[in-house]
Design a protein. Structure first.
Length: 83
């Protein structure tokens, strides 16, 4: 962060407040000429209050990335005739 990105690499940000926690993420991505997405780097942060088990918090944040990426890239919701 804080440096210009290479040509063709783009940065996106997101934030969410819910479940008494604040979270934010930044992703650096590019798309090949064939249309293939590449995630170069992700930086995530969460403020969930008192951390009893920091390892569990890290696992939950990392798992949410895997869940979100799989939904984005492979999820479907087929619709036939409007239903």
């Amino acid at each position: 962060m804080g440096q210009p990105l290479p040509a063709g690499v783009h940065r996106g940000i997101a934030q969410f407040m819910g479940y008494a926690s604040y979270s934010a993420a930044t992703a650096e991505v590019s798309v090949s000429p064939e249309g293939k997405l590449k995630v170069h780097r992700m930086v995530l942060g969460v403020n969930c209050g008192h951390a009893v088990n920091p390892g569990q918090i890290a696992s939950q944040v990392e798992g949410s990335v895997a869940y979100g990426m799989s939904a984005l890239l492979y999820g479907e919701m087929p619709v036939e005739k409007g239903a």
